[in-house]
Ligand binder design. Structure first.
Ligand SMILES: Cc1cc2nc3c(=O)[nH]c(=O)nc-3n(C[C@H](O)[C@H](O)[C@H](O)COP(=O)(O)O)c2cc1C
Length: 140
């Protein structure tokens, strides 16, 4: 059956590329919370909901987070976004291992939902999986 009207989702998917530089305005706490809420209602295997989130638009905390990220590891010449082009806001996704050890499928669904919802608002994002988790975990 043919559905009439615009198909905006495909546009959002196409535009949801990894934006690593050329930014940056701070995203408000309300908007970040809205995006986390989209993730929260995303599908979860056995509905166990092991994913938790923390957000930051705080300069000091952002700097701590940034130090523990690896940017485009395959671009050996590039050291990552320079000052002024670094992310102004972060959503950190955490896996509560007391609930589940491997939440990768939930994480993929939630991640893409967050990013599509962000793009709908005109906010570009990038997934960073290469995180020095051990160090970041110790940060106050
Ligand atoms: C699970 C996952 C982890 C990723 N981790 C990183 C990362 O640690 N550092 C980075 O610069 N990009 C990371 N990316 C972004 C990919 O490198 C990027 O999606 C890919 O190069 C394709 O580019 P595009 O999304 O703009 O099409 C990650 C993407 C995914 C889905």
């Amino acid at each position: 059956m043919r559905i009439q009207g615009k198909r905006m989702l495909s546009e959002l998917v196409i535009k949801t590329r990894c934006y690593r530089s050329k930014q940056n305005e701070t995203i408000s706490k309300d908007t970040l919370t809205e995006l986390v809420n989209i993730a929260r209602i995303s599908a979860s295997a056995t509905n166990s909901q092991p994913l938790k989130y923390t957000i930051s638009s705080n300069l000091r905390i952002n700097a701590i987070i940034f130090e523990q990220l690896e940017w485009a590891g395959y671009l050996r010449e590039w050291e990552g976004p320079s000052e002024g082009e670094r992310p102004a806001s972060y959503i950190i996704m955490l896996d509560d291992t007391r609930i589940k050890n491997d939440a990768r499928y939930d994480a993929g669904i939630a991640l893409q939902n967050i990013r599509l919802a962000a793009m709908e608002k005109g906010i570009g994002s990038c997934v960073i999986g290469s995180v020095n988790r051990e160090v970041l975990r110790e940060e106050p």
